[in-house]
Design a protein around this ligand. Structure first.
Ligand SMILES: [Zn+2]
Length: 367
């Protein structure tokens, strides 16, 4: 048996030594700001952060200790994916997730989903509503719609099923009637429809997941068509709160995000797995956007913890992501992103409080 706590302690110790060896305090206007990950994570923890977008498949005492130490709350999102053996079946995922939530001492909440592969069944809508209602009764706070709607699942006539299909309407109405929130991952980054682009932060994902790289596929829906369907859902369901995950899949255009936020008061976005796009944009523009739309942006990461994860590695990964994101949004420190030097935005404390915490509670009641 491996003594995990000891291994982790050694890793953390090694990590801190490495950090303190390299953490030379920069003599700049922000010299009073935290300069290493440990101090950064203390500042992050002080805001009692909520990460609205993670995929956690197991709890572990060391993981739980990290949540407690960081005062961190997570929303664990379920996804049905017929290409992934762990995500093929819905009911076992729900049961595992409910058990995980119960073992987390209030640190993890559940975002459930429904089985879109059953779309062809005559009782699809009624079955989905029944299952979602049962999950709400067990504490689920939100429902996820994934990119397989729009990009994978086809109807009986061979057409790609879009999010505004009338069969989904009873589900949306049910979520709104329960005062819950719909999390939509619709379409993919622009690069999935474009030429290979090593400089795009998402490109490595398509190298590893070519099934989602759809450039030059005859008859494949355009990104615009998929997002238009998502927008119809917003327009048709003004009482439904929707969080468009991954910057609402508009990762290259803050103007496009802004016009959606202006047009649809029931729409907000999360930052999951798209923070690097923000880091690589002109900082003044990102700052102005986040300040103007400070009530509409939720912090999320898309971090995952698989059942076979190496805990020390995973903990390091989670904490370095939180430290990096906090440095970018909350401090004026310089980070290296995709080989470029990026200066932190140093956002005002009330804005940080909203992005890292209170927007999550307001947009996803029950969190
Ligand atoms: Zn995700």
């Amino acid at each position: 048996m491996i003594d995990f706590s000891r291994t982790i302690a050694q890793v953390i110790l090694g990590f801190s030594i490495a950090l303190s060896a390299t953490a030379q305090a920069p003599t700049s206007a922000v010299a009073t700001k935290p300069v290493n990950d440990e101090e950064t994570l203390r500042a992050f923890a002080a805001i009692h952060p909520i990460d609205v977008h993670v995929h956690v498949f197991k709890n572990d005492p060391a993981f739980q200790r990290m949540l407690e130490r960081l005062n961190l709350k997570l929303m664990d999102i379920l996804v049905m994916d017929d290409t992934n053996p762990n995500r093929k079946q819905l009911q076992p995922q729900i049961e595992d997730a409910v058990a995980l939530v119960r073992s987390s001492g209030g640190h993890i909440a559940l975002c459930t989903t429904f089985d879109p592969y059953k779309f062809g069944s005559a009782s699809f809508s009624a079955d989905a509503v029944k299952q979602i209602d049962r999950d709400f009764a067990q504490g689920a706070v939100a429902v996820k719609v994934w990119k397989n709607i729009g990009m994978e699942i086809k109807d009986s006539s061979g057409q790609y099923v879009m999010a505004d299909d009338p069969k989904f309407e009873p589900i949306y109405k049910d979520i709104a009637a329960h005062g819950k929130t719909l999390m939509t991952h619709q379409a993919e980054p622009d690069v999935a429809w474009g030429p290979p682009d090593e400089s795009d932060p998402s490109w490595s994902y398509y190298r590893e997941n070519p099934q989602w790289y759809v450039a030059n596929r005859p008859g494949f829906p355009s990104k615009q068509r998929i997002l238009d369907a998502r927008d119809h859902v917003l327009a048709n369901n003004p009482k439904l709160r929707m969080v468009g995950v991954h910057l609402g899949s508009m990762e290259r255009s803050l103007d496009n995000i802004a016009s959606h936020l202006d047009k649809y008061p029931n729409f907000a976005i999360d930052t999951a797995a798209r923070m690097e796009y923000l880091m690589l944009m002109p900082p003044e523009k990102v700052s102005a956007f986040l300040i103007k739309y400070q009530d509409r942006v939720l912090y999320g990461t898309d971090l995952d913890l698989h059942s076979d994860a190496n805990l020390p590695d995973a903990l390091k990964d989670w904490q370095s992501t939180y430290a990096r994101d906090w440095k970018f949004l909350a401090t004026g420190e310089t980070l290296t992103v995709e080989g470029k030097q990026v200066r932190g935005l140093n956002l005002p404390q009330p804005v940080l409080q909203k992005i890292f915490r209170s927007n999550a509670i307001r947009w996803i009641p029950g969190l």
